[in-house]
Design a protein around this ligand. Structure first.
Ligand code: PRP
Ligand code: URA
Length: 206
């Protein structure tokens, strides 16, 4: 499994905006949207293409199109903030939703919703900004893999080493793309230094 941490200066800039506790929901949502676009580009940069013949106004040539149809699966609720940028870049993408919520005491994620499109033969991109213990991502990817996609990738904003290790154990074939790899988790399983509760900051709850 590969972990890909963005080296793009804009990823660093926007992640810092998200981390700042003075950043309010409006600026947070704006930064989250732009950063998700950047991560969407990076996470799809190595997807396979296939040759097609195209006729330009000048002559016929061999072009390239994506070899597999794409599906994007946000993990509710914070993952919803990453959906729109994927839809803008890949308008034909199929969309699925997995609803998972961590228990505030145990940090164990439990599922409350799952609606997936047909995934057979598709490249499935699971999107969730926070990879903390890895429990949510691992459970969501179990559900996604049961539908038989051609490949699965995970796109996150901030990852903790504990979440990366959990993914390596449960889903070694899944490549992870993120903007930052942080120090670790605190005793409440929040990412340190992290950015706090992404869903609460995004939607002004909590
Ligand atoms: C957050 C986040 C991830 C999860 C990560 O969701 O959006 O889904 O925690 O933690 P984990 O790696 O330890 O599972 P949360 O349960 O707070 O729900 P929300 O998105 O509805 O706020
Ligand atoms: N979920 C969040 O929103 N933030 C964390 O630090 C961990 C899980």
């Amino acid at each position: 499994m590969g972990l890909h941490v963005s080296t793009h200066p804009l990823a660093h800039h926007l992640t810092t905006t998200l981390r700042d506790k003075e950043t309010g929901p409006h600026t947070f949502r704006q930064a989250a949207r732009i950063l998700s676009s950047l991560l969407a580009v990076e996470a799809t940069a190595s997807l396979p293409t296939k040759p097609v013949t195209v006729v330009t106004p000048i002559k016929e040539m061999t072009g390239a199109v994506l070899a597999q149809p794409l599906a994007v699966i946000p993990i509710l609720r914070a993952g919803l903030s990453m959906l729109e940028p994927f839809l803008e870049l890949f308008p034909e993408v199929a969309v699925g939703y997995v609803g998972l919520e961590r228990d505030h005491e145990t940090a164990e994620a439990s599922s409350y919703y799952c609606k997936l499109p047909t995934l057979a033969g598709k490249a499935a991109l699971v999107v969730d900004p926070m990879l903390a213990t890895g429990g949510s991502a691992s459970q969501a990817i179990d559900l996604v893999k049961a539908e038989g996609p051609a490949l699965v990738r995970l796109v996150s904003v901030v990852a903790a080493p504990e979440g990366v290790a959990r993914m390596q154990r449960d889903h070694p074939d899944v490549e992870i793309y993120c903007a930052a790899l942080d120090e670790g988790l605190n005793d409440r399983s929040y990412i340190v230094p992290g950015l706090g509760d992404y869903g609460d900051r995004l939607y002004g709850t909590g």
